[in-house]
Design a protein around this ligand. Structure first.
Ligand SMILES: NC(=O)c1ccc[n+]([C@@H]2O[C@H](COP(=O)([O-])OP(=O)(O)OC[C@H]3O[C@@H](n4cnc5c(N)ncnc54)[C@H](O)[C@@H]3O)[C@@H](O)[C@H]2O)c1
Ligand SMILES: [Zn+2]
Ligand SMILES: [Zn+2]
Length: 361
């Protein structure tokens, strides 16, 4: 059976998104059909719309989602109809060289549904990050579903599906932030603020938020930053050193992803400290650093894919901490909107006042 539902589609580069009728097939082997409850509007959806990720238009946007499984393919055992799930965009294969050595968070062979969703005229849709969640129903690989408690707010926990997990994981998993560490986070959008919350959760004692937008810094303080630096008027490297006894932070997280912010992160870290790059650069960007400084400053320079998360391990654990009141996921949900307001939400992204707009289906 094919399901006819509404979905938010980017038809061509830069064009405003439109609400279209889309066709979603029943799940085949290894697939799950999911009724979406909520889906956050992420910067990556905007990147897709602007043609910054690929030219495979039309895109079915949306990927930070909570839903309920409505049907599964014949061989699926990890989820069943009726399960509340948070979707992820890195379904581990269990069989590649990373998985085989017990590092499934790095899986090199992540996968999506095999069948395609289409427009009514049969045009195949490219689902954003292999999900496509601004729709009433979507088709994913069963491994993209993580079963979660049904009693947590769907809008809040769905954000673990992308940006919030990327930030939390950049601090906790990739950066390995420990009790007593000093941490600086450059760029305090959804991802950076989540990194701040992650550093606070891990017990960091000095947490420095850096942004060029003062409004972002206010929110960073609410989520755990102990100090803020407005880098539109201050040299962030100098300020971070000042705030850490003249040395630099143990872990510096670049949640912007530009050569200049990466250099700030590199020089604002203490000797033998860690830099984590979680912001995503664009193809034309290059980095030049004295190789002697790379050697002489020691430590480690790491990149964080999806917060090096393992959804089956991390989503239920973080939802449990949320329910205990130790992780404020509600603070990331700035507004709740309908499917036809996604374009408006993209426009608001630049206003600085919205951390996440979340579509409720
Ligand atoms: N690694 C991953 O797996 C992963 C996952 C999701 C998102 N991301 C990436 O993380 C980055 C941040 O995403 P977001 O949703 O938080 O975006 P966002 O647009 O909400 O936030 C970016 C923040 O950076 C600030 N900023 C911009 N230029 C700056 C500069 N030069 N110095 C200091 N601050 C600056 C902005 O004011 C804003 O607050 C994006 O590049 C996104 O693509 C990565
Ligand atoms: Zn694998
Ligand atoms: Zn995202």
């Amino acid at each position: 059976m094919v399901h006819k539902v509404k979905g938010v589609v980017a038809r061509s580069k830069g064009a405003p998104v439109t609400l279209e009728t889309i066709l979603v097939p029943d799940p085949g082997p290894g697939e799950a059909l999911v009724d979406i409850i909520t889906s956050g509007v992420c910067h990556t959806d905007l990147h897709y719309k602007l043609g910054g990720i690929s030219d495979d238009f039309p895109f079915l946007l949306g990927h930070e989602a909570t839903g309920v499984v409505s049907a599964v393919g014949p061989d699926v055992t990890n989820v069943a109809p009726g399960d509340r799930v948070v979707l992820n965009w890195r379904a581990v294969c269990g069989n590649c060289r990373a998985c085989n050595r017990g590092q499934a968070q790095y899986c090199f062979n992540t996968h999506n549904a095999t069948q395609k969703m289409t427009l009514e005229d049969g045009t195949e849709l490219s689902a954003a990050l292999g999900i496509g969640a601004f729709t009433e129903k979507t088709l994913v690989a069963a491994g993209q579903c993580t079963k979660v408690d049904a009693d947590a707010d769907a809008a809040a926990i769905g954000l673990l599906g992308c940006g919030v997990m990327a930030g939390l994981g950049a601090a906790i998993n990739t950066g390995g932030v420990k009790r007593g560490d000093s941490v600086a986070v450059i760029g305090c959008g959804g991802v950076g603020v989540a990194a701040i919350a992650g550093a606070a959760l891990a017990g960091a004692t000095t947490i420095i938020a850096v942004d060029i937008d003062a409004k972002k810094l206010e929110r960073a303080t609410e989520l755990g930053a102990t100090h803020t630096v407005d880098s539109s008027t201050n040299d962030p490297v100098e300020k971070i050193r000042e705030l850490t006894g003249g040395f630099g932070a143990d872990v510096v997280i670049d949640a912007v992803g530009r050569p200049e912010t990466y250099k700030q992160a590199f020089y604002a870290r203490d000797l033998a400290g860690t830099v984590v790059l979680v912001g995503v650069p664009t193809p034309e960007m290059t980095l030049e650093l004295p190789l002697l400084d790379v050697f002489g400053r020691g430590g480690s320079l790491k990149s964080s894919w999806y917060g090096d998360c393992l959804p089956s391990r991390d989503f239920p654990m973080l939802i449990s901490l949320y329910k205990q009141g130790k992780l404020d996921l509600d603070a990331f949900v700035t507004e709740r909107i309908t499917l036809d307001q996604v374009e408006e939400a993209f426009n608001k992204m630049h206003s600085g006042s919205v951390l996440r707009s979340v579509v409720e289906l």
